[in-house]
Ligand binder design. Structure first.
Ligand code: TXA
Ligand code: MG
Length: 293
């Protein structure tokens, strides 16, 4: 099922059924060593599949429903199958803040895995049309939920030992640190943060970052008020004319896709401030450019 959430559209299935989970990995072309997030209707349901400690409960109470995923020790007898967890003894859980997603989760009752509904390595879909174009052939049902409000995937925090930021997102580092103290960086070890390898979120065109003067033939993702005339031969998408980071996050993948569809020689991107939500935007851009893997 194509399922809308507040972050991005997911390709959703029953977390307890290995066949359904296998079909999801296959439809995305996703390696089976990269585990999926289990989505639940509320904290009480999440406590049935993962072991929560005080820090986890504090974060869940503050940010759920919302764009935060917690990686926790798996609960014995929980319903998220081995394949969904890529065989790990941990599980990623989140309660999305979208009325359609919450209605489906509440009606279904059990955990639902939902990776972003893109082909592995491609930008996540933030509209139903993009989701259907990416993985719709694998879904029997696709639910319309409008354009995703956040536009970037959830923040992923591991609470296995010291808290670690595995993926920046709309719940910011500062908001998390205010509740549970300093976050360590993700380890380079791929098994601790299996999603952080390979070129990710990548359009077909090459991506150049921190560009102030785009070249003819390029598509340009601008940020903030225009400072001069558009150079000849450059097509411009402005992520946020008013320099709002939340607007830029919500537009990022849509504009990357639109820019890519214009078949430019490259997609060049203006500098984006690193503060707050900027950390997550710059993380996705660096992966799209192949800077970090
Ligand atoms: O916003 C989101 O989280 C979206 C929507 C659809 O909910 N879903 C999403 O799922 O982004 P996906 O599969 O595209 O990304 C899940 C990330 C991956 O980087 C994966 O490696 C990581 O979560 N992950 C999942 N389970 C994990 C675990 N047990 N330990 C460490 N990382 C885990
Ligand atoms: Mg993804």
């Amino acid at each position: 099922m194509i399922l809308p959430t507040e972050t991005v559209y997911g390709l959703a299935g029953d977390a307890a059924t290995p066949l359904s989970v296998a079909a999801i990995y296959s439809a995305k072309g996703r390696p089976q060593f990269n585990p999926l997030i289990a989505h639940l209707a509320d904290l009480a349901s999440a406590e049935k599949v993962a072991q929560f400690d005080d820090r986890a409960r504090k974060l869940a109470q503050a940010f759920w429903p919302g764009p935060l995923t917690l990686v926790l020790p798996v609960k014995a007898g929980g319903q998220v199958c081995d394949l969904a967890r890529a065989g790990l003894d941990t599980v990623a859980v989140r309660v999305p803040a979208h009325p359609v997603a919450l209605a489906v989760l509440a009606a279904f009752g059990g955990p639902v895995v939902a990776p972003s509904a893109n082909q592995s390595g491609r930008p996540s879909p933030t509209t139903l049309a993009d989701a259907v174009a990416e993985t719709g052939q694998a879904a029997q049902v696709a639910l319309e939920g409008g354009s995703c409000r956040v536009g970037l995937e959830s923040t992923v925090v591991s609470l296995l030992d010291e808290p670690r930021l595995l993926r920046p997102g709309a719940v910011t580092r500062a908001e998390i640190e205010a509740l549970i103290g300093p976050l360590s960086e993700a380890e380079a070890d791929a098994h601790r943060s299996p999603g952080r390898m390979t070129r990710h979120y990548a359009p077909r065109a090459p991506v150049r970052l921190n560009v102030l003067s785009p070249l003819p033939g390029e598509a340009y993702l601008a940020f903030g008020p225009a400072t001069g005339p558009v150079p000849a031969g450059v097509t411009v998408w402005n992520l946020s004319p008013s320099a709002s980071l939340s607007e830029a996050a919500a537009r990022l993948f849509v504009d990357l896709r639109a820019a890519d569809a214009s078949h430019p020689t490259a997609i060049s991107v203006a500098p984006i401030p690193q503060s707050g939500l900027g950390e997550a935007i710059n993380d996705r851009l660096a992966r799209a450019a192949g800077w970090i893997g």
